[in-house]
Design a protein around this ligand. Sequence first.
Ligand code: SF4
Length: 182
Amino acid sequence: MRRPSFSRSIVAFKCAIISTARTFIAWYRRPQWLPAELAGSKIAFAEKTFSMHHPVRLLARIDRAYDNGLVIVLLELKVRRSVRVYQSDVIELSAQRAVLRSSTGREVAPYGFVLLLHPITRRKSVHKVTLLSAGEVAKLAIRRFQLIDGLVAARGPRNSAVCRTCEYARECADTFTASPAG
Ligand code: SF4
Protein backbone atom coordinates (compact mmCIF):
# COMPACT_ATOMS: atom_id res chain seq x y z
CA MET A 1 0.00 0.00 0.00
CA ARG A 2 1.39 3.42 -0.97
CA ARG A 3 1.77 5.93 1.83
CA PRO A 4 0.44 9.44 1.11
CA SER A 5 3.23 11.77 0.09
CA PHE A 6 4.38 14.52 2.42
CA SER A 7 3.15 17.24 0.01
CA ARG A 8 -0.32 15.62 -0.15
CA SER A 9 -0.50 15.62 3.64
CA ILE A 10 0.43 19.32 3.67
CA VAL A 11 -2.33 20.10 1.14
CA ALA A 12 -4.90 18.12 3.19
CA PHE A 13 -3.77 19.92 6.34
CA LYS A 14 -4.11 23.35 4.64
CA CYS A 15 -7.59 22.45 3.38
CA ALA A 16 -8.64 21.44 6.89
CA ILE A 17 -7.34 24.75 8.28
CA ILE A 18 -9.13 26.76 5.56
CA SER A 19 -12.38 24.86 6.16
CA THR A 20 -12.16 25.43 9.93
CA ALA A 21 -11.36 29.11 9.38
CA ARG A 22 -14.37 29.51 7.03
CA THR A 23 -16.67 27.87 9.59
CA PHE A 24 -15.36 30.18 12.30
CA ILE A 25 -15.74 33.29 10.09
CA ALA A 26 -19.33 32.27 9.17
CA TRP A 27 -20.12 31.78 12.86
CA TYR A 28 -18.45 35.08 13.82
CA ARG A 29 -20.18 37.06 11.07
CA ARG A 30 -23.65 35.63 11.69
CA PRO A 31 -26.22 38.16 12.86
CA GLN A 32 -26.44 38.34 16.66
CA TRP A 33 -29.97 36.97 16.66
CA LEU A 34 -29.27 34.01 14.38
CA PRO A 35 -29.45 30.82 16.46
CA ALA A 36 -26.34 28.69 16.62
CA GLU A 37 -28.29 25.86 14.91
CA LEU A 38 -28.51 28.01 11.76
CA ALA A 39 -24.92 29.25 11.64
CA GLY A 40 -23.48 28.28 8.27
CA SER A 41 -26.92 27.46 6.82
CA LYS A 42 -28.05 28.80 3.47
CA ILE A 43 -31.39 30.43 2.79
CA ALA A 44 -33.41 27.89 0.81
CA PHE A 45 -36.61 29.93 0.43
CA ALA A 46 -37.59 33.48 1.38
CA GLU A 47 -41.08 34.97 1.28
CA LYS A 48 -42.37 32.26 -0.99
CA THR A 49 -45.83 30.69 -1.09
CA PHE A 50 -46.39 26.92 -1.33
CA SER A 51 -49.54 24.87 -1.47
CA MET A 52 -50.72 21.35 -0.73
CA HIS A 53 -53.92 19.55 -1.67
CA HIS A 54 -54.00 16.48 0.54
CA PRO A 55 -55.36 15.71 3.13
CA VAL A 56 -56.54 19.33 3.18
CA ARG A 57 -55.95 22.22 0.81
CA LEU A 58 -53.58 24.67 2.41
CA LEU A 59 -51.48 27.63 1.31
CA ALA A 60 -48.51 28.75 3.35
CA ARG A 61 -46.20 31.69 2.87
CA ILE A 62 -42.75 31.03 4.18
CA ASP A 63 -40.80 33.89 5.68
CA ARG A 64 -37.44 32.19 5.75
CA ALA A 65 -36.41 28.58 5.29
CA TYR A 66 -32.80 27.66 5.96
CA ASP A 67 -31.00 24.63 4.59
CA ASN A 68 -28.46 23.36 7.12
CA GLY A 69 -27.27 20.60 4.83
CA LEU A 70 -29.49 17.99 6.49
CA VAL A 71 -32.96 19.48 6.80
CA ILE A 72 -34.88 22.66 6.11
CA VAL A 73 -35.42 24.81 9.22
CA LEU A 74 -38.23 27.37 9.27
CA LEU A 75 -38.09 30.84 10.77
CA GLU A 76 -40.95 33.33 11.07
CA LEU A 77 -40.46 37.04 11.74
CA LYS A 78 -43.01 38.78 13.98
CA VAL A 79 -43.01 42.51 14.68
CA ARG A 80 -44.29 42.62 18.24
CA ARG A 81 -43.91 44.75 21.35
CA SER A 82 -44.15 41.88 23.78
CA VAL A 83 -41.46 39.26 23.95
CA ARG A 84 -43.95 36.42 23.75
CA VAL A 85 -44.45 33.50 21.43
CA TYR A 86 -48.07 32.50 20.92
CA GLN A 87 -49.62 29.17 20.05
CA SER A 88 -50.75 30.82 16.81
CA ASP A 89 -47.05 31.24 15.89
CA VAL A 90 -46.50 27.52 16.45
CA ILE A 91 -49.56 26.65 14.35
CA GLU A 92 -48.41 28.97 11.56
CA LEU A 93 -44.94 27.45 11.42
CA SER A 94 -46.40 23.94 11.68
CA ALA A 95 -48.68 24.61 8.70
CA GLN A 96 -45.66 25.92 6.76
CA ARG A 97 -43.79 22.73 7.58
CA ALA A 98 -46.65 20.47 6.45
CA VAL A 99 -47.10 22.40 3.19
CA LEU A 100 -43.38 22.63 2.41
CA ARG A 101 -42.85 18.90 3.00
CA SER A 102 -45.85 18.03 0.87
CA SER A 103 -45.03 20.32 -2.04
CA THR A 104 -41.25 19.87 -2.23
CA GLY A 105 -40.68 16.43 -0.70
CA ARG A 106 -37.87 17.97 1.38
CA GLU A 107 -37.37 17.02 5.00
CA VAL A 108 -38.29 19.89 7.32
CA ALA A 109 -37.16 19.99 10.96
CA PRO A 110 -39.84 19.30 13.60
CA TYR A 111 -38.81 22.55 15.26
CA GLY A 112 -38.63 26.13 14.03
CA PHE A 113 -37.78 29.63 15.18
CA VAL A 114 -39.83 32.74 15.86
CA LEU A 115 -37.80 35.92 15.47
CA LEU A 116 -39.39 38.76 17.44
CA LEU A 117 -38.62 42.33 16.37
CA HIS A 118 -39.69 45.20 18.63
CA PRO A 119 -41.26 47.90 16.40
CA ILE A 120 -39.68 50.81 18.29
CA THR A 121 -36.41 49.62 19.74
CA ARG A 122 -35.77 47.21 16.80
CA ARG A 123 -34.45 44.77 19.40
CA LYS A 124 -34.54 41.17 18.17
CA SER A 125 -34.90 37.94 20.05
CA VAL A 126 -35.21 34.45 18.66
CA HIS A 127 -37.26 31.62 20.17
CA LYS A 128 -37.13 27.93 19.33
CA VAL A 129 -40.49 26.16 19.16
CA THR A 130 -41.57 22.54 18.71
CA LEU A 131 -43.92 22.15 15.76
CA LEU A 132 -47.14 20.18 15.42
CA SER A 133 -47.33 17.08 13.26
CA ALA A 134 -48.92 17.15 9.80
CA GLY A 135 -51.91 15.24 11.24
CA GLU A 136 -52.46 17.85 13.95
CA VAL A 137 -52.22 20.63 11.35
CA ALA A 138 -54.81 18.86 9.16
CA LYS A 139 -57.21 18.52 12.13
CA LEU A 140 -56.87 22.22 12.96
CA ALA A 141 -57.37 23.19 9.30
CA ILE A 142 -60.54 21.07 9.05
CA ARG A 143 -61.91 22.63 12.24
CA ARG A 144 -61.11 26.10 10.90
CA PHE A 145 -63.04 25.39 7.67
CA GLN A 146 -65.96 24.05 9.74
CA LEU A 147 -65.95 27.20 11.89
CA ILE A 148 -65.91 29.46 8.82
CA ASP A 149 -68.77 27.49 7.24
CA GLY A 150 -70.75 27.68 10.50
CA LEU A 151 -70.82 23.88 10.83
CA VAL A 152 -69.45 23.98 14.38
CA ALA A 153 -69.60 26.60 17.12
CA ALA A 154 -66.47 28.33 18.38
CA ARG A 155 -65.39 27.44 21.89
CA GLY A 156 -63.94 29.95 24.30
CA PRO A 157 -60.59 29.40 25.96
CA ARG A 158 -60.31 26.70 28.63
CA ASN A 159 -58.75 29.27 30.91
CA SER A 160 -60.04 32.84 30.53
CA ALA A 161 -56.80 34.16 32.07
CA VAL A 162 -55.09 33.64 28.71
CA CYS A 163 -57.34 36.36 27.24
CA ARG A 164 -55.67 39.00 29.40
CA THR A 165 -52.41 38.73 27.52
CA CYS A 166 -53.77 37.63 24.15
CA GLU A 167 -53.04 39.93 21.21
CA TYR A 168 -56.61 39.33 19.90
CA ALA A 169 -58.28 40.28 23.19
CA ARG A 170 -59.71 43.50 21.78
CA GLU A 171 -61.24 41.82 18.74
CA CYS A 172 -63.05 39.09 20.61
CA ALA A 173 -63.72 40.70 23.98
CA ASP A 174 -67.48 40.67 23.32
CA THR A 175 -67.48 37.06 22.25
CA PHE A 176 -65.44 35.15 24.76
CA THR A 177 -63.66 37.23 27.35
CA ALA A 178 -66.86 38.06 29.23
CA SER A 179 -68.12 34.47 29.26
CA PRO A 180 -65.45 31.97 28.37
CA ALA A 181 -66.43 28.36 27.85
CA GLY A 182 -66.09 26.30 30.97
S1 SF4 B 1 -58.91 36.85 23.55
FE1 SF4 B 1 -60.01 35.57 22.06
S2 SF4 B 1 -58.40 34.66 20.80
FE2 SF4 B 1 -57.43 35.43 22.66
S3 SF4 B 1 -57.41 33.69 24.04
FE3 SF4 B 1 -59.25 34.85 24.51
S4 SF4 B 1 -60.83 33.87 23.26
FE4 SF4 B 1 -58.85 33.18 22.44
